[in-house]
Design a protein around this ligand. Structure first.
Ligand code: NAG
Ligand code: NAG
Ligand code: NAG
Ligand code: NAG
Ligand code: NAG
Length: 374
């Protein structure tokens, strides 16, 4: 009897060990999102880590005010007033990136074009802090630019990489005060291309379905903090002591519904925002109010999307565009794109092309291989 039990135990032990071995081999060899899912699920499985995070980052309202009570230097209180706004887009930009802002205004961020051609109101504003160098001269140029376009939102914190979380908070507070009736909020960077016609069509569809608790983008599932000091994203243990961040979407572009925007706003009123990676902080806020992100295959993470009609037909965002913004906008919104891709033959052709473009083994971090079939 005793021996039998020992045998059973040993047997189970062997099985467990071999299962673990197989699992780790799979995890090492198979470097893609499936592994990330696995990691994230194991973290979730490891119970209520995130309620500890929530508890330890909660501070008083008075303390939290230090992250949001900056003066408005440039503002447009009536930007959304009295209009049915489908989408408010915040573009994170730095004071000196004038050319990037110009390029966005004349391509995907052209509000007039969007209203005339797509028939909806989208508001595009730029989020800035205060320039670090030549402050007076740069500030004067900004004021000029703003008189012409009336689309800069600026507060008096230093515009720097390590203040991006302040910029994030500014966006949610601005929406709460000035544009709470917009149905969706998007935050993006000034080197991102947004396929506005595709995005508008998608959001109109979501709006018709009456979605709530909606947060979509390229999701990073349970990614670990970077503890190596030479990394741009280094986060010391004192700042964040857990093994993994809550799920979050790549900061290059994500969309939330207005109810989520309002909940995030509430969360920022009592959370310690010294963690300077803004998209991670967004994940922490969302976790605190019980909102989870959903992944969209055609929101890109870091990389540039391959340039092809079949991609244009579906793409939402693509990262890393500065000089080529005009050409890409022209190509991606050309009427031929939709014509060529219609019908069974067009769709078959595109699936084949997309498999070729997206399913190569060392493909950049843009759209996953599965996007080829969608
Ligand atoms: C925006 O689009 C409108 C209508 O298509 C066009 O007339 C205008 O020139 C565009 N603005 C810019 C800055 O390109
Ligand atoms: C962030 O902005 C504040 C307010 O201007 C400034 O005091 C601080 O030095 C900035 N932090 C960084 C890391 O740039
Ligand atoms: C941390 O950053 C370094 C340098 O950029 C990189 O080599 C390393 O892979 C990163 N580690 C993690 C866990 O992301
Ligand atoms: C917020 O967190 C930082 C560490 O990241 C800490 O130094 C600071 O004291 C915290 N603020 C409050 C008000 O607890
Ligand atoms: C996070 O903390 C806040 C304030 O303490 C609380 O209201 C909220 O329910 C907490 N959220 C979670 C998911 O535990």
């Amino acid at each position: 009897m005793f021996w039998k039990l020992r045998r059973i135990y040993r047997c189970q032990c062997v099985r467990l060990v071999s299962a673990c071995l197989v699992l780790s081999v799979v995890m090492v060899c198979w470097e893609n999102s499936a592994v990330n899912h696995l990691k994230s699920y194991s973290f979730r499985f490891l119970a209520d880590r995130f309620s500890h995070i929530n508890k330890s980052l909660t501070i008083t309202r008075e303390q939290a005010q230090s992250f949001s009570n900056f003066r408005n230097l440039l503002d447009h209180p009536d930007k959304c007033a009295g209009e049915d706004v489908l989408l408010l887009v915040f573009v994170k930009t730095s004071p000196t990136n004038i050319a990037r802002r110009e390029a966005i205004r004349s391509t995907w961020g052209n509000e007039t074009y969007i209203q005339r051609v797509l028939g909806v109101r989208v508001k595009v504003v730029f989020a800035l802090g205060v320039p670090a160098m030549d402050t007076d001269a740069v500030q004067e140029r900004l004021a000029q630019e703003d008189r012409r376009h009336a689309d800069l939102i600026q507060q008096d914190f230093l515009d720097s990489f390590y203040n991006l979380t302040l910029k994030l908070i500014m966006q949610f507070h601005w929406m709460h005060r000035r544009c709470a009736h917009a149905r969706f909020l998007m935050t993006t960077d000034d080197d991102v291309f947004i396929h506005m016609p595709n995005l508008v069509e998608y959001l109109q569809d979501m709006s018709r379905q009456g979605v709530t608790d909606f947060w979509v983008g390229r999701v990073y599932w349970g990614s670990p903090p970077n503890r190596s000091k030479d990394s741009k994203y280094y986060v010391p243990f004192e700042m964040y002591q857990w093994w993994s961040y809550p799920d979050y979407t790549a900061g290059g572009g994500y969309v939330v519904s207005s109810d989520v925007a309002s909940k995030i706003y509430q969360a920022t009123l009592t959370l310690n925002a010294s963690l300077y990676i803004d998209d991670v902080f967004m994940g922490i806020c969302a976790k605190a109010v019980g909102v989870s992100p959903q992944d969209h295959m055609y929101f890109s993470g870091e990389g540039k999307a391959p340039q092809h009609m079949c991609i244009y037909n579906r793409m939402m965002t693509s990262h890393g565009h500065v000089e080529d913004l005009h050409d890409l906008w022209k190509a991606a919104t050309h009427p031929q794109v939709k014509e060529r891709m219609s019908g069974i033959l067009g769709r078959l052709y595109c699936t084949a092309i997309k498999i070729f473009l997206l399913c190569q083994p060392h493909h950049l971090n843009t759209y996953p291989c599965t996007a080829a079939f969608y």
